[in-house]
Design a protein around this ligand. Structure first.
Ligand code: BJ8
Length: 425
């Protein structure tokens, strides 16, 4: 840790002791989980570097952007449109985290039986350990699940620049009109924050930039269809996680570089796991950095994860925004069309998600599905039962797990995952 970083974190108001403890745990987990993998693509070096500097160089870059007049907007959900943020001359960063922190303090503000994702957002704020949150000029909360929307009421007392976006919960024309109204309101708020008026040119460029990011991820996903799998699920998940932090153009180049390497590996029939290793699709709640618990268990038990039906994965990146619009109105409509297809479990009914899971099983050539539900996440836990039923009807094995960010259940999970993998063999 350089002196420059320490000074930067102090200026941001971080608690240095707590932050150092967090980085130590993160560094150790990364070493044990990621760097211990064999036969990784060389291009993953870039992602190793990003992770080693995730609270260092990347934060310096963001602060440099701020000095140059750009604004930083933080978000907790894939419904916050990066296209609008970029077009308003701001940078979007993801704020969800995948580790428990300051739990005792958190439970003074939130019920114990709140999902780990929400609790960790509070923990990172209360413990003053997130430089992204502290750099953000605006933090966007969204009315999605009940847990999040009520939590933002409390978060508004801790984060002075919180902006709450309303979101529909059904897929009707009125609901789409609500999304449109909310995206127009967000566009105005982003313009107000940055002092920059979005133009047709800036919006078009922003749509292209975000589409390029998503297209690179699509390319990566389709290469994971190969057997033997050319990349581990852990590494692919990491790319999907870094999607929320990195400079968009650099991210796109880096993912494409991995893909170039994977194409060669596939041609040489080179994989990270032996041919015919059981292939698993993970479906359910988002897995934010450093929540690598499930893929680590799966991939140290002899199976490979070949896709993530998740917001840190396919659900977040599946659709592109139509680039053909010429006016701001046409492009804003295209953005609404694109995001309205996101099949988060907060929607009712939500049949598209069932279809998408089955489509992904076929596309990824998965042998089975693990439904990943965070404890106390009603939307995804509720949907896990119809998901399992629909898969069983098609003779696709499914394992439903419910867990949190702690390591207490690792042994028990490993036993269940190993038994499931045996069944797939
Ligand atoms: S679009 S999945 S990113 S809301 S795990 S907080 S649902 S209780 S994260 Fe999400 Fe947007 Fe939907 Fe995607 Fe609530 Fe469940 Fe917790 Fe969750």
């Amino acid at each position: 840790m350089t002196e420059n970083c320490r000074a930067m974190w102090t200026d941001l108001g971080l608690d240095l002791e707590g932050h150092t403890a967090l980085l130590d745990v993160l560094g150790k987990a990364y070493q044990d989980i990621y760097l211990s993998q064999k036969n990784r693509p060389e291009a993953m070096d870039y992602f190793d570097f990003v992770m080693s500097e995730i609270h260092g160089l990347r934060i310096m870059e963001l602060l440099d952007e701020k000095k140059a007049g750009r604004k930083i907007i933080g978000s907790y959900c894939v419904f916050v449109p990066e296209e609008i943020v970029l077009a308003a001359n701001a940078t979007l960063v993801g704020l969800c985290s995948g580790a428990d922190f300051a739990t005792e303090e958190v439970e003074k503000l939130l019920p114990r039986n709140t999902c780990a994702l929400i609790k960790s957002s509070f923990g990172f704020k209360l413990g003053k350990v997130c430089p992204y949150l502290e750099s953000a000029d605006m933090v966007v909360g969204e009315n999605t699940c009940d847990g999040k929307k009520k939590a933002y009421e409390s978060l508004s007392h801790l984060v002075k620049n919180l902006y709450v976006m309303d979101l529909p919960q059904v897929k009707s024309e009125q609901a789409k009109a609500l999304l449109k109204t909310e995206y127009d309101r967000f566009k105005a708020a982003a313009e107000h924050l940055t002092g920059v008026t979005i133009t047709a040119e800036s919006l078009k460029q922003a749509i292209r930039t975000v589409n390029a990011k998503r297209t690179a991820i699509h390319r990566l996903s389709s290469l994971r269809k190969a057997d033997p799998a050319p990349i581990s699920g852990l590494d692919a998940l990491l790319a999907n996680q870094v999607f929320f932090y990195d400079n968009p153009a650099r991210f796109t180049t880096s993912v494409n570089k991995i893909c170039d390497e994977l194409e060669k590996r596939i041609a040489d029939k080179k994989g990270v796991f032996p041919e015919k290793a059981p292939r698993i699709l993970v479906s359910g709640c988002p897995q934010a950095v450093p929540n690598w618990k499930l893929p680590f268990i799966v991939e140290t038990s002899g199976a490979v994860i070949v896709g993530e039906e998740s917001c840190v994965g396919e659900r977040g990146t599946r659709n592109l925004t139509d680039e053909s619009g010429e006016t701001i109105k046409e492009m804003m409509d295209a953005i609404v069309d694109r995001y309205f297809q996101v099949d988060c479990a907060i929607f009712t009914p939500n049949p598209d998600r069932l279809d998408h899971i089955q489509e992904m099983v076929t596309a990824c050539k998965a042998d089975g599905v693990i439904h990943y539900g965070l404890q106390f996440c009603q939307p995804y836990l509720m949907e896990s039962i119809p998901v399992e039923k629909a898969l069983e009807e098609k003779n696709i094995p499914c394992l439903r797990i419910e867990t949190d960010y702690s390591m207490e259940d690792v042994g028990q999970l490993k036993t269940r995952v190993e038994a499931f993998i045996e069944q797939l063999r």
